[in-house]
Design a binder for this molecule. Structure first.
Ligand SMILES: Nc1nc2c(ncn2[C@@H]2O[C@H](COP(=O)(O)OP(=O)(O)OP(=O)(O)O)[C@@H](O)[C@H]2O)c(=O)[nH]1
Length: 335
């Protein structure tokens, strides 16, 4: 019996983990056993810890690189480990800069073909920023292509963060999406709130019934990129070229307020696309989960108990400069 795999893609901070939490809630309600494969660009696993706080699901983690390019070799092993736990469905949450078609392709490779089947590719779109991506990322050809492919190959497109835009913007977004994908269902959401019940309705505990599977992807051995668009050469095959991540420890020398961190992120906003991690402001207060996406910063109490840190993901990041300014912010002496 092949286990269905749902691939969750979408740019950095678009709402993938928020959706995954909703899907996990529904699997629990239905008595399904899920397996999760998380892929993160950073060395630290912020999303995995968020999931750990909300569920006791089996999670495999691929950190410090993108599963569609630098970590592709490890995908099969990770999936096989998860399958050992006999899940009814596997969710793969990709990094924000991953091309989901590469994963769909990998699922059809001989080592996995008999074990898993692609159920569907879901792509989340950040309604507040997606119309600006082409101009913001014009210097990273691969990334522009990846973001386009995230739209083109999706079965379901979730336009998320609709609380942050007007209905006029939504009309523009729909037009932009339809240029790239005429068929996918489009749904509009706040905080990835969609009808997860119907999304999972065909998945049964230890399912023996036929599932809706993207048959054209599973049966054809031909490349997934259409002929009119030649396969990229080796360098172009990377899904991005100018995005980097750096993890910095949080060890302030004295008191520091959340406002100072927000000012820091604001100062770096031309380069920082996403920041997340755990920080503590005082011994009395619980550790805070920092989430910075699309130039907005939020804080939430967390039960994290390790050494606090923040992961920064950015474009053309001067990592040395960032680290030096971070140390200065925390009141630390330069090395
Ligand atoms: N205002 C608003 N915030 C949202 C919405 N959906 C998610 N967020 C917030 O956006 C931030 C990023 O959400 P995530 O679900 O972690 O996004 P992601 O795509 O998993 O992020 P990465 O995997 O790190 O790229 C979090 O602070 C969420 O609470 C939404 O619809 N509206």
């Amino acid at each position: 019996m092949k286990i269905p795999v749902m691939v969750i893609s979408g740019f950095l901070g678009s709402g993938k983990t928020t959706l995954l939490l909703r899907l996990l809630e529904e699997t629990r309600r239905r008595g399904l056993q899920p397996g999760i494969l998380m892929n993160e660009l950073g060395k630290q696993d912020v999303d995995g810890l968020i999931l750990d706080e909300h569920s006791d699901t089996a999670i495999e983690k691929l950190l410090d690189g993108c599963v569609c390019c630098s970590k592709k070799e490890e995908l099969a092993d990770c999936l096989k480990k998860l399958l050992g736990q006999k899940p009814d469905i596997v969710f793969i949450e990709l990094t924000g800069v991953a091309n989901p078609e590469e994963i769909a392709d990998a699922l059809t490779e001989p080592g996995l073909l008999g074990l898993v089947k692609l159920n569907q590719i879901i792509t989340l779109l950040d309604a507040e920023h997606m119309l600006d991506y082409n101009s913001i990322f014009s210097s990273d050809k691969q990334l522009v292509r990846t973001l386009r492919r995230q739209m083109e190959v999706a079965d379901l497109l979730i336009v998320n963060k609709t609380d942050l835009v007007t209905s006029r913007v939504l009309v523009k977004i729909e037009k932009a999406i339809r240029k790239h994908n005429e068929k996918a269902q489009i749904v509009y959401a706040k905080h990835s709130q969609i009808d997860v019940q119907s999304l999972l309705s065909a998945i049964l505990p230890h399912a023996h019934s036929p599932l809706p599977v993207r048959s054209f992807r599973m049966v054809q051995a031909a490349p997934l990129i259409p002929d009119k668009e030649p396969r990229p050469n080796k360098d172009e095959a990377l899904s991005y070229s100018r995005v980097q991540s750096i993890t910095l420890p949080w060890k302030p020398a004295g008191d520091i307020s959340p406002v100072r961190i927000e000012q820091f992120l604001h100062k770096w906003e031309a380069h920082i696309l996403r920041a997340k991690g755990y920080v503590s402001f005082s011994k009395e207060q619980p550790i805070q989960l920092l989430q910075h996406a699309g130039k907005r910063t939020t804080w939430a109490p967390s039960s994290f108990t390790g050494d606090p840190y923040v992961v920064f993901i950015g474009m053309d990041l001067d990592q040395e400069q960032l680290a030096a300014e971070w140390s200065a912010l925390l009141g630390l002496k330069p090395n």
